[in-house]
Design a protein around this ligand. Sequence first.
Ligand code: AMP
Ligand code: ZN
Length: 478
Amino acid sequence: MKIFNTLTRRKEEFEPINPGKVGIYVCGPTVYDFIHIGNARPMIVFDTLRRYLEHKGFEVNYVSNFTDIDDKIIKRSIEEGIPASEVSEKYIAECKKDMEALNVRPATTHPQATREIPEMIDMVQTLIDKGHAYEKNGTVYFRVRSFEPYGKLSHKNIDDLESGHRAEAHQLKVSGEDEKEDGLDFVLWKPKKEGEPFWDSPWGEGRPGWHLECSCMSKKYIGDTLDIHAGGEDLIFPHHENEIAQSEASSDKEFSRYWMHNAFLRINGDKMSKSLGNFFTVRDICKEYDPQVIRFFMLSAQYRTPLNFSRDLVEDSAKGLERILNGAEKLRGIIDKDNKKPVTDAEEQILEEEIPKFIERFDEAMDDDLNTSDAISVVFELVRYTNANTDENSSSDFAGCLYKVLNELCDKVLGISLERKVEEIDQSEVEAIEALIAERTAAKKARDFARADEIRNQLLEQGIILEDTREGVKWKKA
Ligand code: AMP
Ligand code: ZN
């Protein structure tokens, strides 16, 4: 598999440190509110990467954090008059519900910053001992110029950064960071302010800086060197650049071999973000669309391509997904008929020669830097092919083999279930519907077609579609 590595700006063949095993760290959300669908893009994309690597036989250790202490969480806790931990716990729980709806599997570990403070203090101490960090009045800063490769991920020149910072010198005075040795230096540990949560440390009571948590938690749950570090492209600088500085300066080892960054989900050409106010929460969008449609929509673009969110494009995805689900339903219908006749030679040839070509092309697309867009095109072709090569007389074994392949690609790898989500209907509603259907059948028998049509329309208004088949009347929710 080839992965575009932000570090080298090239597509590179992926080779894990330990054969057969992959350690992935994905920066997770700051939990002070419901997540928006922009935040859902890295979740869906890298969950799909994990599923694909597992499909290829790798054992994946997938770690994704929740930032549960931060200025925005504290602001929210003050506004609502509740402890910061209550804000973060609430939105972690809500985020997990959204992830489940989007079929994003829980990470192997979801560490939380506030539960890893001793590890963070250790790393800060190591950095001070090695001359990479210094303390001023209870704040510990990372000494950027002590880390020679600084800028290697974002491909920024340290002197250009420095002159940018000089222009901001006035701003630094305002923020109280003017005691830094150098404008480039960033905070590892900050002293508490009145009313804020704090932890004891050798530098006084305070809390860790944001960048530090990912360096520590990835080290603890994966190791000094990660196979893949991922997140949205806004994290390249300064967050990931600073993570590299902290981790490599403290361990003297390479921090991550591959860096993957997803492009933004946009709306009218702008990044969807809380600060611009142009966002939709996952929760709200899922009231309008099946969450599975949102997942399918996200995967309709390769992850490094910006993706514009619009209702028209989501509707297109819904229609596309419907074609796949209809194809799957047809195969299930044949399987259910349980036609036991043996697989014919022609069918055998399809299974042994034609179907593997689709799988190969799907894998080729995914191997090319996770090109889910092309992989989905292959799935469409596969569905067209299975539709054209099966009918109600096909054997159940043949349909079963085709279904298994489609299910492996859609459900296992892309995380798109082939089963339509059936809305829960309670038993009394089912009984009422079936009583009306029985009445309609009786009306038709008595040649009272007006009454029969009336019942059909009445059910349609309730969102129930009737289908007259040779086996009798079938019904489904619209
Ligand atoms: P945050 O909570 O802002 O730290 O974001 C959590 C994750 O969502 C990070 O990986 C961000 O890069 C990512 N993210 C935020 N907004 C967008 C967006 N509009 N499109 C894609 N990814 C985003
Ligand atoms: Zn991070």
